[in-house]
Design a protein around this ligand. Structure first.
Ligand SMILES: NC(=O)c1ccc[n+]([C@@H]2O[C@H](COP(=O)([O-])OP(=O)(O)OC[C@H]3O[C@@H](n4cnc5c(N)ncnc54)[C@H](O)[C@@H]3O)[C@@H](O)[C@H]2O)c1
Length: 390
């Protein structure tokens, strides 16, 4: 149960790149990082527009001289201070993640990066090497992976309560971009511009989320082959897809299916994960985050409620207010940020033994997402054929 008790006995000095006044996701990073008092926001290069960033930073109570015009200046100036930042969150459009993460690691900072981590596995490998070289972590913002019921599912699957795993259904399909909204909306425009988002739209923007939920629930599962078919229903988005289907064959014979879409007209969010075993299935939907369906073949379906004593200790560890009250996106992100703080602190103390069993969406999670997108694009561009997973 988290009642605001800090999980580390220090406060990490924290900065942000991006996440400014016009950003979609900046607020939730601050809300999550600041909620449990593990981080203190002391600096930022919040905006591509330096003046707008400074105006915004000062109203967040960041000192004016620590609201920087760009990330390079921030890393340089903060390094000169005895109370300079120790960690930074990268909350900018996708095409900037690699260069900013790289610069942050080289400046000796821990990083929390938005997904996708970068565009290619060779870039990802550079970040892995830098993270080792400077002994700094890179956490990745797969927000719902901090939700308690995702960890309940992980425990139930590990205990064999579903039997042998046969199918994994993953979905993130909303309807908000059913028309070319990017023509009016700055925040959507870059999402369909290959110069800024790289080789994919919904595969990177949406699918990597349920993909990581599945990886969290089923840490042992490995993809052997996949087939991806992608479409641009709004024609002006080509060659980037606004809808895609991916079939996956896992090394234990199980099958996976992903549907990601921004043109699922009428659907609000549609992030659903269903794990089907030989005895039972589990299903979780982010629009009803407090409940998880548990269906045992031949028995009445059950609903597992968040915060109840019958859940596993791991699922209850992050409970903030007990059962009944809803906990969703904001609490799930906060559960990630306290873990990022604990991982940063343990890394600074070189506590490798602790880190070897401590879960959080780490650099490896980011690298897997990048690799998966590369394989999907390769299959789709060859005409939606099966490809061996590399
Ligand atoms: N984890 C999630 O659930 C989730 C949800 C939405 C977006 N995202 C990711 O978060 C990132 C940002 O998305 P968004 O929707 O907030 O984008 P956005 O376009 O709404 O906001 C981007 C922000 O970054 C600033 N910015 C752009 N380039 C910058 C630079 N070089 N230096 C400093 N600031 C810069 C902009 O001024 C703006 O404040 C993307 O990578 C996106 O994929 C993740």
């Amino acid at each position: 149960m988290i009642n605001g008790t800090r999980k580390i006995n220090r406060t990490i000095r924290w900065g942000m790149v991006g996440g400014g006044s016009t950003s979609q996701i900046g607020y939730i990073h601050r809300s999550a990082a600041l909620r449990d008092n593990s981080f203190q926001l002391v600096a930022g290069a919040f905006d591509i527009d330096a003046q707008r960033g400074k105006n915004f930073g000062t109203q967040l109570l960041v000192a004016e001289d620590r609201c920087y015009p760009d990330y390079k200046t921030m890393f340089l100036e903060e390094a000169k201070r005895s109370d300079g930042i120790e960690a930074v969150s990268v909350v900018t459009p996708n095409g900037t993640h690699f260069e900013i993460c790289k610069a942050a690691l080289e400046a000796g900072l821990h990083v929390v990066c938005e997904k996708p981590l970068c565009f290619t596995t060779s870039e990802a490998n550079i970040l892995v090497e830098l993270s080792k070289k400077y002994n700094k972590i890179v956490g990745v913002a797969y927000g719902y992976s901090g939700h308690q019921l995702i960890h309940q599912a992980r425990d139930m699957i590990a205990r064999g309560e579903l039997g042998e795993i046969r199918m994994v259904h993953m979905q993130f399909s909303h309807g908000f971009h059913s028309e070319a909204v990017e023509l009016q909306n700055e925040s959507t425009r870059w999402r369909v511009d290959p110069k800024i988002v790289g080789p994919s739209y919904v595969l990177g923007d949406l699918a990597t989320h349920p993909l990581f939920l599945a990886e969290t629930m089923l840490p042992g599962l490995r993809i052997k082959k996949l087939l991806c078919s992608r479409q641009s229903f709004v024609k002006s988005r080509a060659p980037l897809e606004d809808n895609a289907y991916v079939l996956m064959e896992y090394d234990n014979g199980a099958m996976g299916h992903m549907w990601c879409s921004a043109v699922n007209a009428g659907c609000m969010h549609g992030q659903i994960i269903r794990i089907i075993g030989s005895k039972a299935s589990l299903e979780w939907w982010d629009e009803r985050p407090n409940q998880m369906k548990y269906e045992i073949q031949g028995q009445p379906a059950q609903i597992l409620e968040r915060g109840m004593g019958y859940l596993s200790p791991r699922a209850l560890e992050d409970d903030r207010i007990g059962g009944g009250h809803p906990e969703g996106l904001f609490e799930s992100w906060s559960n990630l940020y306290w873990r990022f703080a604990v991982a940063m602190d343990a890394t600074d103390r070189k506590d490798d033994k602790f880190l070897s069993t401590f879960w959080y969406p780490d650099l490896h999670a980011g690298v897997e997402g990048v690799k998966w997108i590369e394989n999907c694009v390769s299959s789709a561009d060859k005409g939606a054929i099966w490809v061996d997973y590399k």
